[in-house]
Design a protein around this ligand. Structure first.
Ligand code: PGA
Length: 237
């Protein structure tokens, strides 16, 4: 299976970064298995700036609503309208800082799929979950809301919250066991990405683990050289 390398800029970025770092990434000759999720205001500029290159542009979230009196929201259709082709949904930062529950996330997936966006659905769990040895059950529970969607519409990103931005990564055994459990539950054909402190120095090692179909990269995607090196580790088949 082709492996994905997806950058998540989170609340970082500027026109200058799009013109600089993103353009450098776009011009590195990477394939269309590489994508970057920029903040909403930069989607249009990012798409224009990467025109003619293979890399894909996506959003970090979409509204659970389609249209109407929902001040401050950005719909999946708007993302698609400005050239976004995929979106993250359910990132652990959305779940914890913005109290996004399963019901909300299911609505968001529905909106994204209806708008034709490919969904990268994030699951994980914190250190308490890891220590209680309930990590697999926790992740499968978070995935339950995806079961009614067609498998070709989404990928799953396993990102243990304790590994995000901390420099800690899950062990190869933990990653393998979780990815195989996710595939067993949701379908063998669904790509499962790993996220949490992925960088150029550990990407090849992580991408070589059984069941890993890609990486979701936060901090290390903000620097073009670092992210290009990660992108080159992802297999294209
Ligand atoms: P990180 O973030 O690579 O900075 O740990 C990953 C993510 O939150 O998607």
């Amino acid at each position: 299976m082709t492996q994905l390398a997806i950058g998540n800029w989170k609340l970082n970025g500027s026109r200058q970064m799009i013109a600089g770092e993103l353009t450098k990434i776009a011009e590195a000759g990477l394939d269309k298995n590489v994508g970057v999720c920029v903040p909403f205001p930069y989607l249009d500029m990012a798409r224009l700036q990467t025109e003619g290159c293979q890399i894909q542009i996506g959003s970090q979230d979409v509204s659970r609503f389609g249209v109407g009196a929902y001040t401050g929201e950005v719909s999946a259709r708007m993302v698609a309208d400005v050239g976004g082709v995929f979106t993250l949904i359910g990132h652990s930062e959305r779940r914890s800082y913005f109290s996004e529950s399963g019901d909300i996330l299911k609505d968001k997936v529905e909106q994204a799929v209806a708008a034709g966006l490919y969904v990268i659905f994030c699951v994980g769990g914190d250190m308490t979950v890891r220590q209680s040895r309930g990590a697999v059950e926790h992740v499968l529970d978070e995935l339950a809301c995806l079961r009614e969607f067609k498998k070709e519409c989404f990928a799953v990103a396993y990102e243990p919250a304790w590994a995000i931005g901390t420099g800690l990564t899950a062990s190869a055994d933990e990653i393998r066991a979780m990815h195989l459990a996710v595939k067993e539950y949701i379908g063998q054909s669904v790509p499962v990405l790993y996220g949490g402190s992925v960088k150029a120095a550990n990407a090849a090692e992580i991408l070589a683990i059984e069941g890993v179909d890609g990486v979701l990269v936060g901090g290390a995607s903000l620097k073009a050289d670092e992210f290009i090196a990660i992108g080159r580790c992802a297999r294209v088949s």
